[in-house]
Design a protein around this ligand. Structure first.
Ligand SMILES: NC(=O)c1ccc[n+]([C@@H]2O[C@H](COP(=O)([O-])OP(=O)(O)OC[C@H]3O[C@@H](n4cnc5c(N)ncnc54)[C@H](O)[C@@H]3O)[C@@H](O)[C@H]2O)c1
Length: 329
């Protein structure tokens, strides 16, 4: 059993990670300012605090963490463009404050949650960890800058680290995020009879990785992959249009989108190669898009009131429903 501090533990990926840590009998504490996270955390001791706060060291003094998983972040691409100061305050200064506390309290290792956004214009159909880093948004830039701070703390203070670069994460709980991803938005539209918005022509491709697989990678990185940056992804591309039609078939709805101008700085194609994760962490995604979407939909049906899709829950349980989705993500 180890003492693990998770920042951003009340958020989408954080909550799933906290649950898995608790299942593995680790002692878990969380620092979260609840700015977007809102998940209940019976498995952990919650400290409501900003990661940039000078009070952070008191939490470290009390919790004495062996490991820190760094998920707290300003997470919105569009909001980073609207407010680059807040983005840098949290993602750069907040991260640095956190790393400083890790050094002072002799944390054994940090796992930093980075993003495919660091590749920016270099991202393509096969993006490896050696691909050039050319972010196109303040969010991508602040995540890359934080990565560099993580490495610099390793260099000057010997703080061991693993940087994980997630592709597009989806799954149960994302609907509660302040900036839910496209899978969550499309599923919600299907269940609520709303019109989905597609930014750009919908031909842009993405690589969707299931949240429980990401949580598994976070745990693997506690002890493996020291001083590496590693992609965490499905390694498979799907266009936004194809995702929409897949969700329409799954939910038996007629999802006709409206098209809006593409977001400034948005990358056309992004598929992260995940072979390094297999080699270094022994990690492979376990959940394909078909079963991930089904699990997410089941979660939404169990937690919400969606009268517009009567019978869908039962239909999901029948073998025939399997044919509603393609085999490959
Ligand atoms: N969701 C994705 O597709 C994705 C993809 C790539 C990388 N990431 C990274 O994964 C991490 C978690 O993202 P998520 O999707 O769970 O987002 P989320 O918004 O659900 O979770 C972020 C959590 O951090 C907390 N937080 C924000 N600012 C804070 C601050 N200043 N101090 C303390 N807590 C703060 C929020 O309250 C929230 O609970 C982030 O670092 C994000 O950049 C996410």
């Amino acid at each position: 059993m180890a003492r693990v501090l998770v920042t951003g533990g009340a958020g989408f990926i954080g909550h799933c990670t906290v649950r898995l840590l608790a299942e593995r009998k680790h002692r878990v504490s969380v620092v979260d300012n609840l700015s977007s996270g809102n998940h209940a955390l019976p498995e952990a001791r919650l400290h409501v605090m900003d990661i940039a706060s000078p009070e952070l060291r008191h939490v470290f003094k009390e919790e004495k963490p062996d490991y820190v998983i760094m998920l707290a972040s300003q997470v919105g691409v569009a909001s980073s463009i609207r407010d680059p100061l807040e983005d840098a305050r949290v993602n750069v200064l907040g991260t640095t404050n956190l790393l400083w506390a890790c050094v002072e309290f002799r944390v054994k290792k940090v796992v930093y949650a980075s993003s495919a956004a660091v590749y920016g214009t270099s991202a393509g159909p096969v993006t490896t960890e050696d691909t050039d880093l050319r972010p196109t948004t303040f969010y991508g830039l602040s995540k890359l800058t934080a990565e560099k701070y993580v490495r610099m703390f390793g260099l000057h203070y010997g703080l061991p680290f693993t940087i994980l670069r997630y592709s597009n994460v989806y799954g149960p709980g994302q609907e509660r995020s302040k900036e839910p991803g496209v899978v969550s938005r499309f599923l919600q539209c299907a269940l609520n009879g709303a019109t989905p918005v597609v930014y750009g022509d919908g031909e842009q491709t993405r690589d969707f990785v299931y949240v429980e697989d990401v949580a598994q990678a976070n745990l693997a990185a506690l002890t493996l992959g020291e001083n590496h940056a590693i992609n965490i992804s499905s390694g498979r591309a799907i266009s936004v249009r194809r995702l929409l039609s897949t969700i329409a078939r799954l939910t038996r709805t007629n999802l006709r989108p409206v098209f809006a101008p593409r977001t400034e700085g948005e990358i056309a194609h992004s598929t992260l190669d995940n072979s390094k994760a297999a080699m270094v962490l022994g990690w492979r995604p376990q959940t394909n898009l078909r079963s991930g979407l089904r699990k997410t939909l089941r979660h939404l049906l169990n937690t919400g009131d969606h009268a517009s899709v009567v019978g869908l829950r039962e239909a999901l349980e029948t073998p025939a429903a399997a044919s509603l989705l393609p085999n490959r993500p």
